[in-house]
Design a protein around this ligand. Structure first.
Ligand SMILES: *Cc1c(COP(=O)(O)O)cnc(C)c1O
Length: 451
């Protein structure tokens, strides 16, 4: 038995893996990773894999990054954790200052959570309580788009619109107003990305005009609906949304958990539209893929609605045991320093051009590629049965999953979403590795359709 096999046997005895049908593991057992360096992960048998998905969209500067390792070690030797109610510490203070400094204008206060879903819960609760305390008691509903993804806890799942994850729980979830999301690949208005004025915004406009008295917030993934299959849409949509929210006293919650920290080419995706949300949720890249930490960052206007004498009962009595965890804060702070010292946003502009070039060379001519789309460091291929009709594959065929298995065998971790194969590599990826990533994607797609 190889070293890896014995670990797989032990894993199977007690471990239930996320987002998995465990029966699949009978034929495709989990790969046991021993170590990582840069864009590569290495398994117990010494085989290397290029991590093209940044280990579920979290890693920014490669695995086992020396600067982050050092920052973590230093903090661990100083202070690992302290209660964050009525106590504070240097790493949290510096992180708050640093994040406000790079956030869209107007965001000025930070509330700490410990994962993306909890940041979404915080944002939803904040908005609801804000309007209650502002005397707008009827504003109790949330608006979120079809195909939206905001996490897995009950509130976050409620605003999410991916049926695959939420269908069975529907009886438990809160009622959400759900206009149809932009769909630029199959635009119902017959527009192309270059001549789009976000006509599809009318679906949003319609529900808001009708129900604005009941709406407390609109939550959105700016620029890219990631879990929906890296569906990229126009910045015009966000501009219109900001105006609409202003006109009807609705909080705009930007879920930047996947797209923040440079993924889309700007520090935050809202920057593409030059807008500021009322509340912004960040996590994932916040700690460069090291530790669970999240933030809900908001305007003074929101914060001030909670600021009063204790007996008014306006405080936000939300907490997590690990709120403001110093280790997470120190790592996040070092992440911000790396952005600045290494001019990451500028460097990524060059890298995203290389990604475009290499993808077009190796992907566009394939018969089942319906679209190649990209925004900054996020790229995706949508596979179709027929390029002219854009007809997709039946989900039960699990086309993406089959291609994923082939690619892993060849040393690249792709992990597709339905019929969409996407690329969200750590920013330290170099030109040679980019070529390799798309070459293996090409070979895997070809191999699947040829057999
Ligand atoms: C991943 C993600 C979340 C949930 O974050 P978790 O840390 O997995 O709870 C929420 N929103 C978006 C857009 C995400 O991509």
């Amino acid at each position: 038995m190889s070293n890896m096999k014995s670990y797989q046997e032990r894993d199977k005895k007690h471990i239930w893996h996320p987002c998995s049908q465990m029966k699949d593991y009978e034929t495709f057992p989990p790969i046991v990773i021993k170590q990582g360096k840069g864009v590569f992960l290495e398994d117990m048998d010494g085989k290397k894999y290029l991590d093209a998905i940044s280990s579920w969209w979290v890693n920014l500067f490669g695995h086992s990054n020396q600067r982050i390792n050092d920052a973590l070690y230093k903090q661990a030797n100083k202070l690992e954790h302290v209660i964050f109610a009525n106590f504070t510490h240097e790493a949290a203070i510096e992180l708050a200052e640093g994040i406000i400094n790079v956030s869209p204008k107007g965001l000025n206060k930070v509330f700490f959570g410990d994962n993306g879903s909890s940041a979404v819960e915080i944002a939803l609760k904040l908005s609801f309580q804000y309007h209650q305390q502002m005397g707008k008691n009827r504003k109790t509903k949330f608006v979120a788009l079809t195909d939206a993804y905001h996490g897995e806890t009950i509130g976050a799942l409620s605003v999410g619109g991916v049926d695959l994850y939420s269908n069975i729980y529907k009886p438990l979830l809160m009622e959400v107003i759900r206009p149809t999301a932009p769909d630029c690949f199959r635009c119902p208005y017959g527009k192309e990305r270059k001549n789009c004025d976000a006509q599809c915004f009318e679906a949003m406009e319609k529900v808001v005009l009708k129900q604005h008295n009941e709406i407390t917030a609109i939550i959105i993934e700016p620029m890219v609906q990631a879990a929906a299959g890296m569906k990229i849409y126009s910045a015009n949509y966000l501009k219109k949304l900001r105006k609409l929210c202003d006109a009807y006293d609705i909080n705009l919650i930007a879920d930047e958990i996947a797209v923040g920290f440079g993924r889309t080419g700007e520090m935050f995706a809202c920057n593409h539209a030059n807008i500021s949300p009322d509340i912004m949720c960040v996590s994932k890249g916040l700690t460069a893929g090291y530790l669970p930490l999240s933030l809900a960052i908001m305007t003074d206007k929101i914060y001030n609605a909670f600021y009063d004498d204790y007996p008014t009962m306006k405080a936000f009595l939300h907490s997590h045991s690990y709120s403001g965890n110093p280790l997470g804060c120190a790592v996040a702070l070092e992440t911000l320093k790396i952005f600045e010292d290494e001019q990451i946003i500028n460097q990524n502009k060059i890298k995203s051009k290389i990604i475009k070039e290499k993808a077009e060379e190796r992907i566009l001519d394939l018969p089942n590629v319906g679209e190649f789309r990209q925004l900054g460091m996020i790229a995706a291929i949508e596979l179709v049965k027929d390029k002219t009709t854009k007809e997709g594959f039946d989900w039960q065929k699990r086309v993406g999953y089959q291609i994923y298995k082939i690619a892993v065998e060849k040393g690249v971790i792709l992990r597709p979403l339905g019929n969409v194969i996407y690329f969200m590599p750590p920013y330290v990826i170099n030109e040679k590795e980019i070529k390799f990533m798309f070459q293996i994607a090409r070979e895997s797609i070809t191999m699947y359709f040829d057999r």
